[in-house]
Design a protein. Structure first.
Length: 253
């Protein structure tokens, strides 16, 4: 894929500002149904980290920006953290070329560590990163638990619906609104009063359930859909791709 990008005449350069990066980033997250972070947030990062924050942008032969990444540098490592691209970036192999150029430039700077971020074993992102020849390093998770509870220590890839969501589903099933528990500190399990409708809001379209935030919303929506007499909400279609996802999600709600 890197050779494909080179053959297509892609080039990279370090930008002096955030304009091209933010335009690509905002377009990318919008296509995925997620609102972008504010540009002033990135401007603050850019100012605060100064030389340790850098934007690399890939352009096609005509000069159009097609992919960009904002990275942070610390000691002898580089961390590509925020990225964006145009819809045609996959066909252009622009994202593969983007990371190749970042790796090449990091080597020229004498850096030793390329931090590609954490991914669970057995997932697509993990396979993509491993395919670059990078050596994975185990990272520990830290959990803050209620004293009366314990954690198995295993990192499950299976969907989990926390107790609060279970209570919400039970409330929906009874067609009601959760009542306070006897202590008055919160909703009591399976304590509900009638509710006729429920609007389910999610920052990303919960279908297909192939990522962490989608998985949780998907299974919560599935539980609510089974409990309510009608659909718990409506999906907003903004493109053919989202419309296709919406049709698949109808099996849930």
């Amino acid at each position: 894929m890197v050779r494909k990008g080179i053959a297509r005449g892609l080039v990279s350069r370090i930008d002096a500002d955030l304009d091209r990066f933010f335009a690509l980033y905002a377009d990318n997250v919008h296509r995925h149904g997620t609102p972008p972070l504010a540009k002033r947030y990135f401007e603050m990062l850019y100012r605060t980290f100064d030389r340790d924050c850098e934007v690399l942008t890939v352009t096609e032969p005509g000069g159009k920006a097609v992919s960009s990444v904002l990275s942070f540098y610390f000691r002898d490592e580089v961390l590509p953290y925020y990225a964006g691209d145009v819809a045609a970036a996959r066909d252009l192999a622009a994202n593969d070329f983007r990371y190749w150029e970042l790796l090449r430039r990091a080597c020229e700077r004498g850096l030793r560590v390329f931090d590609f971020g954490r991914s669970k074993r057995g997932t697509g992102p993990f396979a993509f990163k491993k395919n670059w020849g990078l050596e994975p390093t185990p990272l520990a998770y830290e959990y803050c638990l209620v004293p009366s509870r314990a954690h198995s220590g295993a990192q499950s890839a299976q969907p989990e619906v926390p107790g609060a969501y279970g209570t919400l589903a039970a409330t929906a099933h009874s067609g009601g609104e959760p009542r306070r528990s006897a202590s008055g500190q919160g909703p009591g399990v399976n304590e509900a009063t009638p509710m006729e409708t429920l609007l389910f809001l999610s920052h990303r379209l919960p279908y297909p359930p192939n990522k962490g935030d989608k998985v949780r919303s998907y299974h919560l929506l599935q539980a609510l859909g089974a409990a309510l007499p009608g659909p718990p909400g409506y999906l907003y279609r903004r493109s053919a791709r989202l419309a296709a996802c919406g049709r698949g999600a109808r099996s849930v709600c």
